[in-house]
Design a protein around this ligand. Sequence first.
Ligand code: NAI
Ligand code: A1CAB
Length: 285
Amino acid sequence: MLKNKSIAFLGAGSMAEAMIAGIVNAGKVPTDQIFVTNNSNEKRLEELTIKYGINGVKRENLHFNQIDIFILAMKPKDADRALNSIKSLLTPNQLVLSVLAGISTSFMEQNLQAGQQVIRVMPNTSSMIGESATALSPGAHTTQTNLSIAKELLESIGEVFIINEEKMDIFTGLAGSGPAYFYYLMEHMEKAGLKGGLDVETTRKIIAQTIVGAARMIQEQDEDPTVLRENVTSPNGTTAAGLDALRKNGGGKAIAEAVFHAANRSKEISSKLAETIDSKKLKAI
Ligand SMILES: NC(=O)C1=CN([C@@H]2O[C@H](COP(=O)(O)OP(=O)(O)OC[C@H]3O[C@@H](n4cnc5c(N)ncnc54)[C@H](O)[C@@H]3O)[C@@H](O)[C@H]2O)C=CC1
Ligand SMILES: O=C(O)[C@@H]1CCC=N1
């Protein structure tokens, strides 16, 4: 279904690049059918063109009528302006995906033509290596065929979860922002490894393999994380000492709080956008 589709990214930042890399690497969409544009940074467009063999084009050179799927990838504060600038250039059958945190399908629909097919998407930067956990929530007018096409496209950058849009905030807290928590954990584990006398390169490999191993155990053993944790924890052993320190220092609570704060921020972006749309004070978001 994908090989005849043309895709255009509006926004050329880190999320767009991660998705482009994953999609190009998966090879399901020919590179000459992938376009990317941005506000003004032509150097960035050249960079993406050279790196991925796709078409980095200035906005005025993007032929909107030749594109099947648009992927909005600007910052949420730019959503209103971006939607209004493309509104008259689209036909309702063209599919608009948005990866913007906190931007609802109803907000997109209100700011595009009546009946426009839209899908809210929440990927993460592991798209770059085909390992994203990506959520999809279709808008009111999206056909089953277009939802399947979007799913197929996004499966090329990882695992896809079709969820109710009300769950998008918590999904964002868990998976959209999630890689950053693991990188933060790794930064701190790395410091501990260095303090213990290991070199950076070895420490990094050890930590990465430990995280990959734990993640794959969850994926492949069909076992509860509590059971897997208990299997590591010998009575009065090293892990018990480590976990005790983690609990005493608020480790579990800190992780849950991170997820909830990110989810709340996603919700807040939605409500502030709704408030500020009237007064046009978008910069305050
Ligand atoms: N970075 C991440 O891990 C994730 C980001 N997202 C979402 O992706 C979006 C982009 O995030 P980043 O790539 O990190 O931001 P970024 O700041 O790196 O990139 C934003 C891009 O949008 C362009 N832009 C702004 N207005 C535009 C317009 N009207 N038309 C076309 N391009 C326009 C800018 O020139 C820039 O290329 C955000 O809305 C964010 O919520 C979603 C999931 C994960
Ligand atoms: O930090 C952000 O707002 C974006 C959305 C999810 C990950 N990065």
